[in-house]
Design a protein around this ligand. Structure first.
Ligand code: MIG
Length: 870
């Protein structure tokens, strides 16, 4: 609904005050979301509105007018739970849900909108002329010009449209805990900002980025979550130019409505968080997500930007990377090393040195003479290859990719209209303009087997340097006045550049398989919605304990901002980890969504077996544990894909009423069943683990012991320990053993880990499909099973009748934790075979751990069955 006009005041060069009308639009969107759009009614040129991030035009709901008087408008939503109060003077909007004011807009009056103006010196001045022409040196003109061009060191940024920034403030009532807006090497809980210290969203290549810094690094998701015990809400600021976010929490007096006596209003002190967003350009387009639960927020955000793509199963295995694996022999030796040391792994990676002088899509002719042969070897071992493909293209007329793109005009231009050239790995380079759909299509075609010589269907892709990184550029990135498709300046689309490259790459991989296979693409730069195209990692971290520690809140923040498939370089990219740190990092990574060991070109070799037998053994254990956990992880990814639940979640998401969890960032939940507290301190002998929830029961995931008292426990640890706890009430599906890679494990049987809650109940699920194709989607070839323990019956039933998938795989073992006394008999009955012949089951009971073990079950994982315990 267009609710009227506000005004932006501006100044013409001649110092004449004038104002332009703004159009304010408010929409109610299905699913408890509001959208607020503010733009000039008739800007001199159209202003940038972020395309391609929303997965569809949101479905709008009717708003009806509940009250209308001079300067006041009250609107109600169809369900009448929500009300919007709008006042004209001062311009403010309040969103109310179920009688509670959740969020208000412009409370601090910080709405601003630099409307477009004609350039100074009237019409005869164009950006180009300004650069070289001698400029009227009167002070007035200098000031005006100052708004049209800015110096960054030796760089001059000429703004084609002049100043065009925007900003607005929001107040979150009753909230003092806010989260989100990755990417920063920062705590999970967002901090108050002081002057010059706003959270910055501006994608940059920051080698060895500092910890506890609000400056932007590789990716940006302008999505903030606010939480208080009875409600989670969210603000999604859809803008891809440089954005700053200021946060201020304060205590305010709130009126408590009381009925009797009517004229006495009580007051109480409540927290309030004010969040101010500012962007360099574009329009104000903001989505206000009303929750009320954390999972509602995730759904609402996914409704706008999409869910996590379902990864191919192999990509959830362990990845071995380094800058660089030198040549084919090196690849072969490392690959064999894993077998010799009995360590599973799925993917070996090649960094930039594998190419012919950093010409992507090519191979170094000496070191990688027979790329296909190398891939065939890996394929026989049921493993994959990932190669790096950066967005910069070497300026070299002999390089087909370059000359074609040049001829077609596919590069980003500089402000003079020539191809932008910057320095990057290959030397002088131009940058593909991925914002152009035609360029993306062409780029996607480069992945076709016949175009990409030496590639096979086990080759997948890694997009790096896509902030974009430009050596010797201002802040190591592209000039803001570079020009993209549609004549948009780089400043408008900056934070979207990496998003588009990953989009085009993922499309290319799908296309080359004739639409059959799921892609895998890792990207360093990302934006809201990148989850649809693959995985992200946190870039160039350092082999120091502090970076291991910060990786947890960084990944949690990325996860709640919609991108579940994320990880940090295991071991730390820069430098050389001491063995203890490396071991601890493997243990942490084994329980994180994307699990890749990586190292800098200057770092010593660090394949898992290079640190002595004992460390090799412990790393092997951690990686093997990851592989046994894959059925659970894969099922979590299916949930992320279908219902937008983050795989890795902050504790508060699972325990939204427990205040003590709100700031926890040294442990987290993996799904709703496992609490993980990685050891991140050097020479730790104990860790303090918070097991939340007063009526929860927790079990040690590896020793099965029941931990009777929730609260903070001091848990002794050795170098082998990975403190993981299973929540009572859950069932976790595992594999009984591991294979050399995920593909070797298809037929390995399952173990179900059942952990009873205080009511002797548990429920869990398993998702299963072929692991690599889109048949789960197009032909519904999948299994989705539900396991329930209730009244001493453990049963397997179908969770989704639509899915069909044939498997010979069986459940071999069931471990039930928290069984009070030894049963006298355990029998199993297969549904549909009710011939009265229930089979006896072999069981053992351990009174010390109160664990019941059922073995040699051989129950088909797709069948319905019941196990009766008496
Ligand atoms: O700054 O391609 O973050 O993972 O190994 C160096 C070489 C460029 C940065 C990536 C890193 C990768 C490296 N790249």
């Amino acid at each position: 609904m267009n609710i009227g006009c506000s005004e932006a005041v501006g100044q013409l060069p001649g110092k004449r005050l004038f104002s332009v009308p703004l159009l304010v639009e408010i929409y109610a969107i299905d699913g408890n979301i509001f959208r607020l759009k503010i733009n000039e009614v008739s800007p001199l040129k159209s202003r940038y509105e972020v395309p391609d991030v929303l997965i569809k035009e949101p479905t709008m709901q009717r708003l009806s007018i509940a009250q209308k008087e001079a300067g006041i408008l009250v609107l109600t939503c169809a369900n009448e739970d929500c009300k919007i109060h709008i006042t004209a003077n001062p311009f403010q909007i309040e969103l109310e849900s179920k009688g509670e004011t959740v969020l208000s807009v412009n409370t601090n009056g910080l709405l601003y909108f630099e409307h477009l103006q004609p350039p100074p010196q009237n019409s005869k001045t164009t950006a180009q002329k300004k650069e070289d022409a001698s400029i009227d040196s009167s002070q007035e003109n200098q000031e005006d010009l100052g708004l049209w061009q800015e110096e960054f060191g030796s760089f001059l940024d000429i703004k084609a449209n002049g100043p065009s920034s925007i900003g607005l403030d929001f107040s979150l009532h009753g909230c003092e805990h806010v989260y989100g807006i990755p990417e920063h090497a920062e705590t999970l809980l967002l901090k108050k900002t002081s002057d010059d210290d706003a959270y910055r969203l501006f994608n940059l290549d920051v080698y060895g980025h500092k910890i506890h810094d609000k400056m932007g690094i590789y990716g940006s998701v302008p999505f903030l979550l606010a939480h208080k015990p009875n409600r989670t809400s969210g603000i999604f600021w859809l803008n891809s130019s440089e954005t700053l976010v200021e946060i201020n929490t304060k205590a305010v007096m709130e009126h408590v409505p009381s009925r009797s006596p009517p004229d006495i209003t009580k007051q109480r002190v409540v927290p309030q968080t004010d969040v101010r967003w500012m962007s360099e350009s574009g329009i104000i387009d903001v989505f206000l997500l009303m929750g009320p639960t954390p999972f509602d927020i995730f759904k609402q955000y996914a409704q706008l930007t999409g869910t996590q793509a379902l990864p191919p199963l192999f990509s959830l295995g362990y990845h071995q990377c380094r800058w660089n694996y030198e040549d084919e022999q090196d690849v072969k030796t490392v690959d064999t090393g894993f077998d010799e040391h009995d360590i599973p792994y799925d993917v070996i990676w090649l960094d930039i040195e594998h190419t012919e002088d950093k010409r992507y899509f090519t191979w170094d002719k000496k070191k990688f003479q027979h790329p296909k042969r190398m891939q065939e070897l890996l394929k026989r071992k049921k493993r994959k290859l990932v190669v790096i493909i950066d967005p910069h293209i070497k300026v070299d007329p002999m390089y087909a990719l370059y000359s074609q793109a040049k001829k077609k005009g596919y590069f980003v231009k500089n402000r003079k209209g020539q191809d932008f050239e910057g320095i990057c790995w290959p030397g002088s380079s131009s940058y593909l303009d991925f914002t152009n759909p035609e360029v993306r299509e062409w780029y996607a075609d480069q992945f076709a087997f016949k175009s990409y010589k030496g590639s096979t269907d086990i080759l997948f892709v890694w997009n790096d340097m896509n902030e974009p990184s430009v050596f010797k550029g201002a802040e190591l990135t592209m000039q803001r006045d570079a020009v993209h498709h549609g004549n948009w300046e780089h400043r408008e689309v900056h934070n979207l550049y990496g998003f588009y490259q990953q989009m085009a790459t993922a499309e290319g991989l799908i296309k080359r398989s004739g639409g059959q296979k799921r892609p895998f693409v890792l990207t360093r730069s990302f934006f809201a919605g990148s989850q649809k195209y693959g995985a992200v990692w946190t870039g160039d971290n350092v082999a120091e304990w502090s970076y291991l520690k910060i990786s947890i809140p960084m990944l949690l923040t990325i996860s709640i901002a919609g991108i579940s498939f994320c990880g940090a370089d295991v071991g730390g990219f820069i430098g050389d980890p001491e063995p203890e740190l490396l071991v601890r990092w493997y243990q942490a990574g084994a329980y994180q969504p994307f699990f890749r060991g990586h190292a800098n070109i200057e770092s010593k070799r660090r394949e898992p077996w290079l640190f002595g037998d004992e460390n090799t053994r412990i790393i092997r254990e951690a990686i093997r544990e990851r592989y046994t956990l894959l059925p659970y992880l894969y099922s979590l990814f299916y949930r992320a894909h279908t219902t937008a639940e983050p795989v890795m979640r902050p504790l508060w998401v699972e325990f939204p009423k427990e205040q003590e969890t709100f700031g926890v960032e040294d442990e987290y939940m993996l799904g709703n069943a496992l609490l993980v507290h990685p050891v991140i301190e050097q020479e730790a002998t104990t860790v303090n683990v918070l097991l939340p929830g007063s009526d929860e029961v927790w079990y040690d995931f590896r020793r099965f012991r029941r931990l009777d008292y929730p609260g903070t426990l001091k848990i002794p640890v050795t170098l082998e320990s990975i403190p993981v706890f299973q929540r009572g009430g859950s069932v976790v599906p595992l594999k009984t053993t591991v294979g050399r890679s995920t593909e070797w494990m298809t037929d390995i049987s399952y173990e179900l880990r059942v952990a009873l809650d205080s009511k002797d109940f548990a429920v869990g699920e398993l998702y299963l499909d072929d692991g690599h194709s889109f048949q789960y989607l197009h032909k519904k070839q999948f299994l989705h099973r539900k396991f329930t323990f209730h009244k001493n019956v453990f049963s397997s039933s179908c969770a989704d009748e639509i899915g069909q998938y044939h498997t010979k795989c069986v459940v071999e073992r069931v471990l039930i934790l928290g069984v009070e006394k030894q049963p006298t008999s355990v029998t199993v009955s297969l549904q549909g075979k009710r011939d009265g012949k229930d089979k006896e089951v072999v069981f053992t009971y351990d009174a010390k751990t109160s664990m019941l073990t059922l073995e040699k079950l051989l129950l088909n994982v797709g069948a319905d069955w019941e196990i009766h315990i008496k």
